[in-house]
Design a protein around this ligand. Structure first.
Ligand SMILES: [Zn+2]
Length: 239
């Protein structure tokens, strides 16, 4: 059966590895998000619990210009595969292999754009076991003292001294939602995922910015534990 991939997702387990996206599914996802957005507005008015869309972050890398040149050749620029849900962020067509100390490689790890001022590799605990890495849980950008890995591209390789992490659980939140629900940037909350695999996630960091749309980011281990896929809806709980 052909499984579809959300046009907004970071490649959740359900969507991973599929290049073609049925248009009908794109439309369903778009409408789902619009309905959720309107429900959120109503919920705010009636004091119902705040909710967020789920974006599952499959393993991926953020690169500097130098790293991209080493992997794909001097002057190479990323080709957009599709936009992510967060404005300005996109999945590139280009991928790399990640090699760890056990000399095993995880292949076809997606590069996310745009380029950044540090190179960062976001993996799951499961990936860490496979590669032989003990990956600390860190907020994006907080990479001091984290393990290094070697990236391999079609042009060459690039070895990081540090930068391999498991991303912390976080909710990107728009300014409007933060004000409506009284959440602050940096606040730690809980997230409740319903269903057969109901889970309450603790230590979820709220990140507020006018550049964000409200969305929970989980790695694949967390998402799989709670049966969550991109586009699902979870409840945000104040501690
Ligand atoms: Zn995120």
């Amino acid at each position: 059966m052909l499984r579809s991939r959300s046009p907004f997702c970071q490649e959740c387990g359900r969507c991973f590895d599929l290049e073609d996206l049925p248009l009908q599914r794109v439309e369903v996802e778009r409408i789902t998000r619009e309905v959720v957005r309107r429900l959120q507005e109503r919920a705010g008015a009636f004091g119902e619990p705040p909710k967020a869309i789920v974006g599952v972050s499959v393993r991926h890398v953020h690169l500097t210009r130098d790293a991209l040149a080493a992997l794909y050749g001097p002057g190479h620029t990323l080709t957009k595969l599709r936009d992510l849900y967060q404005p300005g962020q996109y999945a590139a067509q280009e991928t790399v292999a990640v090699v760890g100390p056990r000399m095993r490689a995880v292949e076809r790890v997606r590069i996310l754009g745009p380029l950044r001022d540090h190179t960062q590799v976001e993996l799951s605990r499961t990936d860490g076991f496979y590669l032989g890495l003990e990956l600390p849980v860190r907020a994006s950008g907080d990479i001091a003292g984290t393990p290094g890995v070697t990236l391999v591209g079609p042009y060459g390789s690039f070895t990081l001294k540090e930068g391999a992490i498991r991303a912390d659980r976080h909710v990107h939140m728009s300014l409007e939602d933060a004000e409506r629900w009284s959440f602050e940037d940096g606040e730690i909350i809980q997230v409740r995922a319903m269903g057969d695999k109901e889970v309450i996630f603790g230590r979820v960091r709220v990140r507020v910015s006018p550049d964000f749309k409200t969305e929970l980011h989980l790695d694949t281990d967390d998402a799989n534990a709670a049966d969550l896929s991109c586009g699902d809806v979870v409840e945000l709980v104040k501690r």
